[in-house]
Design a protein around this ligand. Structure first.
Ligand code: CA
Length: 227
C-alpha cells in the first residue's frame, strides 16, 4: 500500500514517514497542497494522510478537491481539535480524523482500520454478500459501492456508505443510535455521537433532500422516501 503523507512540518513529516516504513508501509511525502494534488493526479496513492494546516491552500478546500478526484481513503490530521473541524473533516469526505500530537501506534491502527473497511467493500470476490437496496429513487449497491438517486451517481465516503446501507436495510424503521454506532463504527469510535450527526448531515446534503433521513428525537434515525 502506497501512502501519501501531506505535511508541511519537516520534523513531523520525517517522523511519520519513518514510523510508516517501520510498520511496513511504503510512503511518500509532499509539503503543500499543490504537491498533493499533483501526486494524486499522477500516481494515485492508495491512502492519503492529510494535514489540514498547509502553507499554500486551505486544508478543507484541498480535502474537497482530492475527494473530487478520487475515492482513495483519507485520514485528516489537524492540530486544531475543535468539534467543528472534526465534523467538517467528515463532511468533506475524509474517512477518519486524527488530532496532533498523535502516536505512531494510533496512526497505524487507524490506517489499518480504514484500509480494511475499504477493502472489505472493494468488490474483490465478495460479490456473494453484496446486494442492492432500492428505496424509491434511491439505489444502494453494496457490491460496487455505488449510490444512485434517479440514476445519478453520488459519491459517499466509506462511512457514509456504510451508514446509508445500514439505514436502508429496513426503510421506515427507526434505528437506535446505539445500534447504528455498534454496526457502523464497530463500537471503535471514541469521539462523540456528534460524529453520527455529522455523517447524517453529510448524507442528507448529498442526497439533495434532508427528509431522506429523519431524526427521531431521543431514539435515532429513520431512512425513507421524502414526501
Ligand atoms: Ca501543518
Amino acid at each position: 500500500m502506497q501512502i501519501l503523507v501531506v505535511e508541511d512540518d519537516e520534523s513531523v513529516g520525517a517522523g511519520v514517514l519513518e514510523g510508516l516504513a517501520r510498520a511496513g508501509f511504503q510512503a511518500s511525502h509532499v509539503a503543500d497542497g499543490a504537491g498533493a494534488l499533483a501526486e494524486v493526479r499522477a500516481s494515485g496513492p492508495d491512502f492519503i494522510l492529510l494535514d489540514l494546516g498547509l502553507p499554500d491552500m486551505d486544508g478543507t478546500d484541498l480535502c474537497r478537491a482530492i475527494r473530487a478526484l478520487t475515492t482513495t481513503p483519507i485520514i485528516v490530521v489537524s492540530a486544531r481539535d475543535e468539534e467543528i473541524d472534526r465534523v467538517l473533516a467528515l463532511e468533506l469526505g475524509a474517512d477518519d480524523y486524527l488530532v496532533k500530537p498523535f502516536g505512531m501506534r494510533e496512526l497505524v491502527a487507524r490506517i489499518r482500520a480504514v484500509a480494511r473497511r475499504s477493502e472489505d467493500h472493494g468488490g474483490d470476490g465478495q460479490a456473494a454478500s453484496g446486494s442492492t437496496r432500492q428505496i424509491g429513487p434511491l439505489s444502494i449497491d453494496q457490491r460496487s459501492r455505488r449510490v444512485l438517486v434517479d440514476g445519478a451517481e453520488i459519491h459517499m465516503t466509506v462511512k457514509e456508505f456504510e451508514l446509508l446501507y445500514y439505514l436502508a436495510e429496513d426503510p421506515g424503521a427507526v434505528c437506535p443510535r446505539s445500534d447504528i454506532l455498534r454496526a457502523v463504527w464497530n463500537g471503535n469510535w471514541y469521539g462523540t455521537t456528534k460524529t453520527l450527526d455529522a455523517h447524517v448531515a453529510a448524507i442528507r446534503k448529498k442526497l439533495g433532500d434532508p427528509r431522506w433521513i429523519e431524526a427521531v428525537r431521543g431514539v435515532g434515525f429513520r431512512l425513507d422516501v421524502p414526501g
